[in-house]
Design a protein around this ligand. Structure first.
Ligand SMILES: *[C@@H]1O[C@H](CO)[C@@H](O)[C@H](O)[C@H]1NC(C)=O
Ligand SMILES: *[C@@H]1O[C@H](CO)[C@@H](O)[C@H](O)[C@H]1NC(C)=O
Ligand SMILES: *[C@@H]1O[C@H](CO)[C@@H](O)[C@H](O)[C@H]1NC(C)=O
Ligand SMILES: *[C@@H]1O[C@H](CO)[C@@H](O)[C@H](O)[C@H]1NC(C)=O
Ligand SMILES: *[C@@H]1O[C@H](CO)[C@@H](O)[C@H](O)[C@H]1NC(C)=O
Ligand SMILES: *[C@@H]1O[C@H](CO)[C@@H](O)[C@H](O)[C@H]1NC(C)=O
Ligand SMILES: *[C@@H]1O[C@H](CO)[C@@H](O)[C@H](O)[C@H]1NC(C)=O
Ligand SMILES: *[C@@H]1O[C@H](CO)[C@@H](O)[C@H](O)[C@H]1NC(C)=O
Ligand SMILES: *[C@@H]1O[C@H](CO)[C@@H](O)[C@H](O)[C@H]1NC(C)=O
Ligand SMILES: *[C@@H]1O[C@H](CO)[C@@H](O)[C@H](O)[C@H]1NC(C)=O
Ligand SMILES: *[C@@H]1O[C@H](CO)[C@@H](O)[C@H](O)[C@H]1NC(C)=O
Ligand SMILES: *[C@@H]1O[C@H](CO)[C@@H](O)[C@H](O)[C@H]1NC(C)=O
Ligand SMILES: [Cu+2]
Length: 592
């Protein structure tokens, strides 16, 4: 049993420095001070022994916690996180979804914005949270270390602002993860060497626990319990921190009201089943039943898989348990029945109506788009991009045997370019004007070779490899269409953009039609996100203003696809004003 309740008061949050904490509380208690401005954290990256599914092993974690500790701040706060690497692996941390306005040095993707923090080194990530409130996540951004190095980012509204919904009784992070009995670093290293699909995980987890539907030495020790009282509204901050799986999520006999996604409010809507991709976050309101029911309820999550290979087809679960005041009932917990939710089957995509469910569900996300929280998206577009995203192959190196398609190696690409990480950080090379040998600025504006994207795939599935970026002038208004391909199988790809939120103006199945589809774009209340799934065999269109100077990664948030090269970089140039320029790097920025 474990609980991870967030107190409604900020005061008991895990701010690392006791002195600073006292200072913050003192300030918070003085009404003339509206805010506590800087929050300091220390993240010690260490090995930590843990047992799940009867397997005891060493994992890399932050401050001995799995999932890691929450980073809590208010909108407008500066946050400084001192990350100290005590393990043998190189580490970086990404503050997923944080806009990082003019603080690209703190974004975190290894070899894109920084060199790794090496063993024994320390780096202080320093940024301000601007114009965002809700739930995000932090995670390692190097190799597959994020499987155990992740945790919630909780951004509370400014002190004088309230939620655009009734204040919840309690707020609880629900972190969905993916558990391997072996070391995930071995899994990805082996897959990259052999060129085949990686071994799948052994379980999914809810707040670090696989739950009672797995064979386990102690299902009660392996289960997260969400204890609630009747007649209250709980805010669940749901985070998908799994490596490679979009997940369905449901709570038996309870309807959820979605109120926020990726730290932006949405028009509330109700649903029994959520779909959440890795890198996405969704805040939902859970209304508990007015009378204590004589049952406990399973909270469950399982994979939504649209690809061709094998998948972890297991179901993780946790227990929603009502606390019953003794006067209300004499039923002991042992007498309680357990209600289960029904989730779509793992091979859901094979059923027309589940594909339809996913499309319908995705379309329900709309920006709040009111006067207080307007949707600031480009109404007109300066530059349009059409990118294919999908799988492909790289040749098997001489004298080795590969186990990928046709004896080659699996690869993945954007516009047929599989992005190669350089051996130094692109942002430094850019800032100091030394791109040579690090990156080029000739990312292709169109896919090559051209083919019928979702129709018959081309015979030649080889990709080309390179470190190529797109350069954008400051404040360009950008529209991007991401088109899935059927090369080696159509598949849903959750694309994540660093440094910006984008607005999803359209989505559809089949090939994007530049003549017909733009007429159907939602230019009223498009949802604002940092991660959105390109439907399997379909496309999405999104817009954003390039108002943040720096180098910004865009990649599939299924880690295996990122590892195979489904990633690219945008370079946004400085603007003319002093407050439109990227400041120089901090003095402790790690070196390669
Ligand atoms: C931590 O655990 C890993 C994997 O078990 C091991 O290789 C490493 O030596 C351990 N120690 C440190 C300091 O990283
Ligand atoms: C964080 O960044 C701000 C703004 O650049 C700077 O004034 C401050 O000194 C930095 N703090 C640390 C601890 O690096
Ligand atoms: C469950 O966890 C408790 C506390 O850590 C421990 O004492 C107990 O032995 C565990 N039970 C089993 C069956 O592993
Ligand atoms: C839960 O829902 C199921 C199916 O709709 C129903 O049969 C059952 O009675 C419900 N249980 C409770 C405790 O509400
Ligand atoms: C729980 O309540 C339902 C009716 O709401 C009843 O059918 C069932 O027998 C009760 N179960 C227990 C264990 O009391
Ligand atoms: C789940 O996958 C395993 C192989 O990974 C397979 O043996 C099993 O039949 C699958 N179960 C279901 C319900 O599809
Ligand atoms: C609850 O279960 C216990 C033992 O499992 C039994 O002794 C008791 O009578 C049950 N109570 C009710 C109200 O069913
Ligand atoms: C999907 O999986 C279910 C259960 O594993 C199986 O019974 C069914 O035949 C599968 N359907 C398809 C279309 O593969
Ligand atoms: C789902 O779609 C299938 C195929 O079109 C159809 O047979 C089935 O009745 C549908 N189920 C529901 C619940 O709509
Ligand atoms: C999807 O939405 C359409 C139109 O609103 C509706 O007719 C259909 O039943 C929905 N399908 C599913 C599976 O929810
Ligand atoms: C491949 O193997 C052959 C014969 O064993 C050897 O002569 C050649 O040098 C090897 N090539 C490479 C690239 O390792
Ligand atoms: C860690 O990063 C440095 C700098 O990029 C690199 O030289 C070194 O090989 C890396 N070490 C490991 C174990 O990957
Ligand atoms: Cu992908």
């Amino acid at each position: 049993m474990a609980s991870l309740h967030l107190p409604s008061s900020l005061a008991s949050m895990a701010v690392s420095s006791a002195l600073l904490l006292a200072f913050c509380i003192a300030i918070l208690m003085m009404p003339q001070f509206a805010e506590c401005r800087t929050r300091h954290y220390t993240f010690n990256i260490k090995n930590h022994t843990i047992t799940r599914l009867c397997h005891t092993k060493s994992i890399v974690s932050v401050n001995g916690k799995f999932p890691g500790p929450p980073l809590v701040a208010r909108e407008g706060d500066r946050v400084i996180i001192k990350v100290v690497n005590h393990v043998s692996s190189n580490v970086t941390i990404h503050w997923h979804g944080v806009r990082q306005l003019r603080s690209g040095w703190a974004d975190g993707p290894a070899y894109v914005t920084q060199c790794p923090i090496q063993t024994g080194q320390t780096y202080a990530y320093n940024f301000t949270i601007t114009g965002q409130r809700g739930t995000l996540l932090w995670h390692a951004h190097i190799s597959w270390l994020r499987s155990t190095l992740h945790g919630p980012i909780i951004i509370l509204p400014r002190r004088n602002e309230s939620y655009p919904f009734d204040k919840p009784y309690k707020e609880i992070p629900i972190i969905l993860g993916e558990w391997f009995n072996v070391d995930p670093e071995d899994v990805i290293n082996q897959a990259l060497q052999l060129g085949n699909g990686p071994n799948v995980s052994d379980a999914f987890t809810i707040n670090g626990f696989p739950g009672p539907l797995y064979n386990s030495c102690s299902s009660s020790n392996d289960t997260f319990k969400l204890k609630v009282i009747p007649g209250k509204t709980y805010l669940l901050r749901i985070i998908n921190a799994a490596l490679n799986d979009e997940l369905f999520f449901s709570i038996a006999n309870h309807t959820l009201t979605v109120v926020e996604a990726d730290a932006a409010y949405v028009k509330p809507f109700q649903t029994n089943i959520l779909l959440i991709a890795p890198g996405q976050t969704t805040n939902v309101l859970l209304q508990t039943k007015p009378i204590p029911p004589n049952a406990t309820f399973l909270i469950a999550a399982s994979s939504y898989f649209t690809g061709q290979g094998t998948v972890d087809n297991t179901t993780t679960s946790a227990i929603l348990q009502y606390h019953k005041p003794l006067t209300h009932s004499n039923v002991s917990p042992h007498n309680l029945t357990l209600s289960r939710p029904s989730l779509p089957p793992v091979n859901a995509t094979k059923f027309v109506n589940v594909t339809q469910f996913v499309a319908n569900f995705t379309a329900k996300f709309r920006s709040l788009a009111n006067s207080k929280f307007p949707a600031n998206f480009p109404k007109t577009v300066d530059r349009k991009f059409f990118f294919t995203v999908g799988l492909g192959t790289n040749p098997c190196p001489k004298n080795t045997t590969c186990q990928g398609p046709n004896g080659q190696k699996f690869s993945a690409s954007v516009n047929n370019i599989s992005f190669v990480l350089p051996s130094t950080a692109i942002l430094q090379a850019y800032y100091f004007g030394q791109p040579k040998g690090v990156y080029t600025t000739d990312f292709p504006a169109n896919p090559h070779p051209s083919f019928n994207y979702t129709g018959t795939p081309p015979n030649n599935t080889m990709v080309s490899n390179g470190t190529r970026a797109v350069v954008l002038a400051f404040n360009t208004s950008v529209e991007v269409v991401l088109q899935d391909t059927s090369i080696l199988g159509a598949e849903s790809h959750p694309l994540h953009l660093h440094g910006f939120n984008f607005f999803v103006v359209g989505q559809g199945f089949g090939n994007f039609d530049p003549n017909k589809d733009p007429a159907k774009f939602n230019l009223v209340d498009p949802v604002e996100r940092n991660t959105a799934a390109v439907p399997s065999g379909g496309w999405i269109a999104f817009r954003f203003f390039a108002d943040n100077p720096g180098v910004w990664f865009m990649h599939c948030h299924l880690d295996i696809h990122t590892s195979w090269g489904l990633r690219m970089a945008w370079i946004v140039l400085d603007g003319p004003q002093p407050n439109q320029k990227l400041p120089p790097p901090p003095s402790d920025l790690p070196k390669c």
